[in-house]
Design a protein around this ligand. Sequence first.
Ligand SMILES: Nc1ncnc2c1ncn2[C@@H]1O[C@H](COP(=O)(O)OP(=O)(O)O)[C@@H](O)[C@H]1O
Ligand SMILES: [Mg+2]
Length: 387
Amino acid sequence: MADDISFVEQSDVADADHGDVARPKESQRDPVMLRERLGVWLTGVQGADAMIEDLRIPSANGMSSETILFDARWSGQVHRLVARVAPLAESDPVFATYDLDRQYAVMRRVAETTEVPVPALFWSEPDPGPLGSPFFVMERIDGVIPPDVMPYTFGSWVTEASDDDRALLERSAVETIAAIHATPVDDDLLEAPGDGETPLRAHVRRLRSFYEWAGDGHPRSPLIERAFGWLDDNIPAESAAALSWGDARIGNMIFDEFRPVAVLDWEMACLGPRELDLGWTIFLHRFFQDITEMAGLPGLPHFLGRARVAEIYREATGYEVRDLDFYITYASIIHAVIMYRIQIRAIAFGHATVPDDPDDMIMHRATVDAMIAGTYWADEDDEGSGS
Ligand SMILES: Nc1ncnc2c1ncn2[C@@H]1O[C@H](COP(=O)(O)OP(=O)(O)O)[C@@H](O)[C@H]1O
Ligand SMILES: [Mg+2]
């Protein structure tokens, strides 16, 4: 996740002159070494005739895990595969804990119980031995993804599509999210809330402890702390919980002919009200749209609007979405905490400096402020007031 944030580089910086500061080493993954190690592992799980034919590490990668694209041959057939690798512990990962095997289990559950397009799963390797950290291997899916860098709103296949095609993308993406929510999760697949706690309150509690962990010993964000107060005062009564995809946004879907053919990136999956995913989807579009408007470009002001998303969701499920504005605001706050953590990490690595106002670490601070104040939405037509 968080691959929309392009201003933080994960490059390894020479650590000689900053010996006291933790240094990221994650980019030291060398494709030649990886190919060798992955090849050894593959013959172990698939048989002696298995071999890697091609391997590359895409440059526009997310920051919390690594993706390796490779082709492997066995039994006379070439398989086009992707390995998703957990972050190396010594890279000071964005998230305090990372359970890749659970992501794999969630994807498997969704694949087995719904029509949601999930890449076929091959293996999950929880042993950090073979590649340095756990990984899983899935099928590689062809198609196009709305880009994060530069955001698709600046000019991309999404903006260039016809209105009808874009409406199809919007509808099929929301319908896919609705289908995810039908996944049965009435067992211990996902972390249960505490005694007497609702899934939403558990979600807020985990976000707060993530913030406390990220901010320990660092300048605090008054905006985030105010936002937690707002959450306490405004948390709504919630509907029955469902499987929440987590990083629910069109930038984590692969499309073909404007329909999702793969749903990726399950690391934020959890138990939660359905509106969590809808709020995140709408907010992430608004995040990109606001940046686009600040750059003087039109973007897609009506795309993934609140009323439209709620209507598509109702048509797909019969469920009436509630308190959507709360969940959009909550998404802006979650995103603020993730940005804060990423900036704190960048400062620790010497890639950024502490701003005079710590809230400046949050690129969309004006949006969070306006959403909390209830002044963000300019009109009924879902256009933001800008920020
Ligand atoms: N199964 C797959 N098939 C094709 N491409 C994939 C697949 N999984 C990941 N990718 C590529 O890797 C990128 C990052 O994957 P994603 O799961 O979103 O991880 P993250 O954003 O956490 O790095 C995707 O945007 C896509 O380009
Ligand atoms: Mg992603």
